[in-house]
Design a protein around this ligand. Structure first.
Ligand SMILES: NC(=O)c1ccc[n+]([C@@H]2O[C@H](COP(=O)([O-])OP(=O)(O)OC[C@H]3O[C@@H](n4cnc5c(N)ncnc54)[C@H](O)[C@@H]3O)[C@@H](O)[C@H]2O)c1
Length: 346
């Protein structure tokens, strides 16, 4: 399925269920440089042969930094990349974030596109125009908001995606279900990761729904002044767990959503949602418990940039499909984290 969405900077083409080979119809290979990571190149280098050049960067979040940006720019200069050239990021969120950042700053901006290869890239990272890199200990501190010309979704890339990365992607899919779709929440609860790995049509439908939801939100609030903030559901506590317990982002977001659901009981969310979410996370091999120091967790949460007066803006659920941003006191957060970490009786 192909369609385009109009952003202030221009149209973005979405090519769902589309073979990567079709990218040559969207950008001229002789003017296009592929940016990818070494893991992806090891599997798919043969698909990149027609392009002007391929820049391979080291895989992993630790590569999303200024050093890699400089390395890419040196390579662009070496290949005489100019204003009319095109950059195509083929990879997970790390690759698409850095490709978008380099493309939107090199020579004050050149055109770019994405072919996400991880599930998380397909349902989240490649969509929405946020590009960037980490700096020192701060994630995504440096970046731009700039939209690609196209995003091409080829499910075949997922055949080589490691199991843990599938789970990370599902954490974001479960997040969308919590925020927007009771029917999907029930479906995810009743199915599991193996079902979607084997059932292409069901997976394609999931990806397409997530693309739609993210687009709808981004179109109303591209620069995250308001509505886009709800996409941070699960990320406030999740980010703290990710930092302290050094667990992958998706796993941490799953745990963060449980904390947010526990806190959401103050605005009427029923306890059964917490239990259903816990069961669902388990179906996608996501953890439901974490071993973290409580004070350190609070410390990281309170350093969070969404701090406001004496509280933190937390995305909470009134019910599945309806969310509210509530300024939540540190005391309340601490109580919820304590109960969560101590595995009390939620
Ligand atoms: N811009 C946004 O709006 C946004 C949103 C969410 C996340 N992100 C960013 O996305 C990044 C996380 O994305 P990610 O989870 O895709 O991480 P990633 O790009 O680091 O990929 C995870 C791992 O999977 C491997 N991989 C990816 N696709 C593969 C494939 N088809 N076959 C084999 N291996 C494959 C990668 O080499 C890597 O080792 C973070 O940097 C995060 O900040 C950005």
């Amino acid at each position: 399925m192909h369609y385009s969405v109009s952003f202030p900077q221009g149209n973005i083409q979405y090519l769902l269920n589309t073979a990567f080979n079709s990218a040559i119809e969207l950008c001229s290979p002789k003017d296009t440089i592929i940016i990818t990571d070494k893991n992806i190149a090891a599997f798919y280098a043969s698909k990149f042969q027609e392009y002007k050049a391929v820049i391979e960067i080291k895989a992993g979040e630790q590569s999303k930094n200024t050093e890699t940006v400089h390395y890419i720019i040196d390579q662009l200069l070496k290949h005489e990349v100019h204003r009319k050239s095109f950059l195509l990021g083929v990879g997970g969120g790390m690759v698409t974030d850095i490709t978008g950042y380099v493309a939107s700053t090199y020579m004050r901006g050149i055109n770019f596109g994405f072919a996400p290869t991880s599930l998380l890239g397909m349902v989240d990272a490649a969509i929405g125009g946020k590009n960037g890199i980490n700096y020192q200990l701060q994630k995504n501190l440096i970046g731009t908001i700039s939209q690609p010309s196209f995003i091409l979704f080829d499910r075949n890339f997922l055949d080589t995606l490691p199991d843990d990365e599938w789970s990370n992607g599902f954490a974001e899919i479960i997040k969308y279900a919590c925020l927007f779709d009771q029917g999907l929440f029930n479906e995810l609860h009743d199915r599991n990761i193996e079902y979607y790995k084997k059932n292409n049509a069901a997976l394609a439908s999931l990806i397409s729904k997530c693309v739609d939801w993210k687009n709808k939100i981004v179109l109303t609030d591209e620069h995250e002044h308001g509505k886009r903030k709800i996409l941070n559901f699960g990320h406030t506590a999740g980010h703290a767990f990710e930092t302290i317990a050094r667990i992958p982002h998706g796993q941490a977001v799953g745990l963060g959503m449980l904390v947010a659901c526990a806190l959401s009981q103050s605005i009427g969310l029923t306890k059964d949602v917490y239990h259903k979410l816990k069961h669902t996370l388990g179906n996608y091999n996501l953890p439901t418990e974490v071993n973290c120091d409580i004070d350190q967790t609070i410390e990281v949460i309170t350093m969070d940039k969404k701090r406001n007066n004496d509280g933190i803006d937390f995305v909470l659920l009134n019910t599945i499909g309806k969310s509210t941003i509530k300024n939540t006191s540190i005391k309340e957060i601490k109580a919820a984290i304590e109960i969560f970490i101590n595995e009390s009786n939620y």
